[in-house]
Design a binder for this molecule. Structure first.
Ligand code: ZN
Ligand code: FE
Length: 263
């Protein structure tokens, strides 16, 4: 059995505040694009690596996540487009329809698929568990979990989103969170208004303010830090429940989400 080498991950800027992630496997010189919003950054990076693009991993059907599918398929006609089973007819070029518990293999690395509806009704996330001596797992969660926040509920209910985020929250602290937007600063400013006594949050907000002032990206985030500071993973914490005037996890989440929608 061949032990897979480390998978390289490139974070590419796209559109206004989107990130595309390019997975690169040096062994096979193949690459996979996660949520390609636009083709140029992907093609440039693939070219500079001397790689071949073999897959697109989509988390959901929104245009800022699938916008480059057609152009990339034209350039690499053999590439395979993955997405959620419920996104049939909504993701351009989709060929593989994934459900909870399915796996996707890229360059010897196998991702587990989580069904995480809420932002959209068909949203999925891809999780690559740590391999061999490497402590970090890699989570590609689209617009479900953000650094310091979560996606808006366009096609789902608070109960669905709590269920979805519970799956992601259950992953190890040493998981890198590769979410699709640079929303962290605004998210943490909001978080402070609902969880103001949280010292880890106050510290993190200061760090992110500094990073953004220097135009540094805040992605990937670290799941262990999300668990301590992201109000949308803390529906069972007394401070958030006090803000929401509820002891019920779903009602707490729903109240905090509604406040964020108006923030
Ligand atoms: Zn979206
Ligand atoms: Fe998006």
């Amino acid at each position: 059995m061949q032990i897979p080498g480390p998978m390289q991950i490139y974070r590419l800027d796209a559109l206004w505040d989107n990130y595309i992630f390019l997975l690169y496997d040096p062994e096979s010189q193949t690459a996979a694009a996660v949520d390609p919003a636009e083709p140029e950054p992907v093609l440039d990076q693939v070219r500079s690596l001397g790689a071949r693009l073999t897959a697109i991993l989509n988390t959901h059907h929104h245009g800022d996540h699938v916008g480059a599918n057609q152009a990339l398929m034209q350039r690499y006609p053999d590439l395979v487009v993955y997405g959620g089973a419920g996104d049939r007819d909504r993701i351009p070029g989709q060929q593989v329809y994934l459900s909870e518990g399915d796996t996707v293999t890229f360059g010897g690395h196998t991702a587990q698929v989580f069904f995480v509806p809420g932002h959209t009704r068909a949203h999925i996330a891809y999780y690559f568990p740590p391999v061999a001596a490497e402590p970090w797992g890699e989570l590609f969660c689209g617009d479900t979990l953000f650094a310091g926040g979560c996606g808006r509920l366009f096609e789902g209910t608070p109960a669905q989103m709590v269920d979805s985020l519970s799956k992601l929250r259950a992953l190890p602290d040493q998981t890198r969170v590769w979410c699709a937007h640079e929303y962290t600063l605004n998210n943490l400013k909001f978080a402070r208004t609902v969880d103001g006594d949280n010292l880890a949050l106050i510290e993190r907000l200061a760090e992110v303010e500094t990073a953004r002032r220097h135009h540094q990206a805040t992605i990937p985030a670290v799941l262990g830090i999300e668990k301590q500071t992201n109000p949308f993973l803390r529906w069972d914490h007394p401070a958030l429940q006090a803000t929401a005037h509820s002891r019920d996890p779903v009602q707490t989440f729903a109240a905090i989400r509604a406040m964020k929608d108006r923030f």
